[in-house]
Design a protein around this ligand. Structure first.
Ligand code: SF4
Ligand code: SF4
Length: 280
C-alpha cells in the first residue's frame, strides 16, 4: 500500500517560516477530534527551522533545516507510550491519541529528534500530524507544503519499494540514521547542514595591484589521493564542500598560469574559509 513521506530540500529553504505560520494557522485554536487537540499558541514549533552558519568571514554560508516529526517506522515514542497513546497508521503517519496520552509528559523526552512538545493547558504531549485530518479529507498536501514558496517541502505518497528507488536516485538522506528509527522524512542536500567545506580566494599580484585569479586550478588532496579538483570562478574563489568534519589533514594546491604553485596544509575540524592565497 502507498504511504506518506516528506522530502525536504535544504538548498531550497530560505527560513521564511511560512510553513511554521501555516502550521500555527491550522492548529492553534482548532481542535481536530481523532487527530489532535489544538496546538498551544506559544512555545510549540511543530515544524522547527534549525539554522547553521558555516565558515568564517568573508566566506560564510547559512543553511536552514526544517525539522518536524519524522513519522518513524521504528518510533521510540511509540515504544515509550502507555496504553498505545502513540500509534502508526497504515499510511505511515504517526499520531498521538490526545485522550490516551493525557498526563504522559515523559513522552516529550522519548523522541530523539526533540519534536514532541508539552501542552501545559491541555495536559497532553503534541507534535506534527502531517495534517492527517486534511489528507484524510482529500487534500494532496499538508499546510506547510502548500505554503512553501520555494518548493523546499514535497510530500510523496508511494509504495515503500518506490520510495527506496527515489531515495537512491535522488541521494536522499535521513536525519541521524544511527538512531535506526527508519524515518519517513527525507532530506536533500543535508551536507549543507552536517558536513563542512574548505574555501578560499586565489589572487595575483600585478605590480601594485592585487587581482582575482580567475581560472586558477585548485586541487584538494588527502593521503596523496585527489579528493576533488576545480577552477576558481570570476572572483578567484573556490569551495570544496561535503567534507566530513574532523576528517584530518588535507593538502591544497593552487596553480595559476606561470605563477609559482602554492601548497597549503589544512587540518579539517569544521568549515574553513582561508585567507587570500597570493600567487606571485
Ligand atoms: S520523530 Fe519522534 S515523535 Fe516522530 S515518530 Fe519519530 S520518535 Fe516519534
Ligand atoms: S516555508 Fe519553505 S522556505 Fe519557508 S521556512 Fe518553511 S520550508 Fe523553508
Amino acid at each position: 500500500m502507498t504511504k506518506w513521506n516528506l522530502i525536504i530540500d535544504i538548498e531550497k529553504c530560505e527560513d521564511c517560516n511560512n510553513c511554521f505560520l501555516a502550521c500555527k494557522d491550522e492548529h492553534v485554536d482548532n481542535e481536530w477530534p481523532g487527530y489532535t487537540e489544538s496546538q498551544a499558541p506559544h512555545g510549540h514549533r511543530w515544524i522547527n527551522i534549525r539554522r547553521k552558519e558555516r565558515g568564517q568571514f568573508p566566506l560564510i554560508d547559512a543553511a536552514y533545516r526544517p525539522t518536524t516529526c519524522m513519522h518513524c517506522d521504528d518510533a521510540p515514542c511509540i515504544a515509550a507510550a502507555e496504553a498505545q497513546a502513540i500509534f502508526k497508521r497504515d499510511d505511515g503517519i504517526v499520531l498521538i491519541d490526545p485522550g490516551k496520552a493525557k498526563g504522559q509528559k515523559k513522552l516529550v523526552k522519548s523522541c530523539p529528534y526533540g519534536v514532541i512538545w508539552w501542552n501545559e493547558k491541555k495536559n497532553v504531549p503534541q507534535k506534527c500530524t502531517l495534517c492527517a485530518h486534511l489528507l484524510d479529507a482529500g487534500w494532496k498536501q499538508p499546510r506547510c507544503v502548500q505554503v512553501c514558496p520555494t518548493g523546499a517541502l514535497k510530500i510523496v505518497k508511494a509504495e515503500d519499494n518506490e520510495m527506496r528507488k527515489l531515495v537512491k536516485n535522488q541521494n536522499l538522506e535521513v536525519l541521524f540514521p544511527e538512531l535506526e528509527t527508519r524515518p519517513r522524512v527525507y532530506y536533500k542536500n543535508l551536507y549543507r547542514f552536517e558536513r563542512c567545506f574548505i574555501a578560499g580566494s586565489a589572487v595575483v599580484r600585478r605590480g601594485d595591484v592585487i587581482d582575482c585569479a580567475q581560472g586558477a586550478t585548485a586541487i584538494l588532496i588527502k593521503k596523496d589521493r585527489i579528493v576533488a579538483e576545480m577552477d576558481t570562478d570570476n572572483f578567484g574563489d573556490f569551495k570544496f564542500d561535503n567534507l566530513e568534519p574532523d576528517s584530518g589533514n588535507y593538502r591544497l594546491e593552487i596553480a595559476y598560469k606561470n605563477k609559482e604553485k602554492k601548497t597549503i596544509t589544512i587540518e579539517l575540524t569544521k568549515s574553513r574559509s582561508l585567507e587570500d592565497i597570493v600567487l606571485e
